[in-house]
Design a protein around this ligand. Structure first.
Ligand code: PRP
Length: 220
């Protein structure tokens, strides 16, 4: 399938857990991806939809914001965690989709008793959010950037604390960590490339209307 960029709107959606909540919302918004999209074994990344001018790419949640910011995709669905971490000025986020609800928290081992006056090491996927958060408190931390499984880092003595997403809390519990502070409430948002919003305004506004109707919000 060709992704003729001048004729198509490309929507980036995150694969993984969030897709289970996003697909029903897309259906409500009358956006139905082609069958192959639902086949996890299908190695294609670009899919068509029931809307002739709308193509869908399925990418890692962290990459959705980057695809949209650099114009590879025109619109996307991204968590506030990812949006804050990258803080791309090219992105406009007009609609909170109210799915993927979780929060970003600082967690530490149950019996943590280190002096916080020494520079602490924090394992996280979110070094920018973490550094900013502690800098605002006047605390200098050393972030170790990881892509997953950071919950084990304190036990292995490579980090003192972690900053990661918490949903049910089961992962923290299973790794003997306790949540000490919620630093960001997270939901997924519809994000739009600002340039695309100017040049492909009609189609992008249609998609916004579809999502707002699905969410029972007034069209603005
Ligand atoms: C996320 C997050 C935690 C876990 C929290 O990881 O990084 O590890 O979910 O969920 P819980 O509070 O319900 O246990 P995910 O499973 O999405 O995989 P990832 O590490 O690949 O991001």
């Amino acid at each position: 399938m060709s992704a003729n960029r001048s004729e198509n709107i490309i929507m980036a959606v995150p694969k993984g857990r969030i897709l289970d909540e996003l697909v029903p919302l897309m259906k409500k918004a009358k956006i139905i991806p082609e069958k192959a999209f639902f086949d996890k074994k299908d190695r294609r990344l670009l899919f068509s939809s029931n809307i002739s001018w709308l193509k869908i790419i399925r990418v890692r949640s962290f990459d959705v914001a980057t695809f949209v910011a650099f114009g590879g995709a025109d619109i996307g669905v991204a968590g506030l965690d990812v949006l804050k971490e990258f803080n791309y000025p090219e992105l406009y986020m007009p609609i909170d989709l109210k799915i993927g609800t979780c929060h970003l928290s600082i967690a530490e081992p149950k019996n943590y008793n280190k002096d916080d006056n020494i520079q602490i090491k924090i394992a996280t996927k979110y070094p920018n959010i973490t550094n900013n958060y502690f800098a605002n408190k006047g605390i200098n931390v050393n972030c170790i950037k990881m892509n997953g499984a950071m919950e084990i880092a304190p036990k292995l003595e490579m980090a003192d604390k972690i900053v990661d997403l918490v949903s049910s809390g089961k992962t923290l519990l299973a790794n003997d960590l306790v949540e000490i502070e919620n630093i960001l409430n997270v939901t997924s948002h519809l994000v739009i490339n600002r340039t695309a919003f100017k040049t492909r305004s009609k189609n992008i506004r249609d998609i916004m209307v579809f999502f707002r109707e699905a969410l029972n919000e007034k069209n603005t």
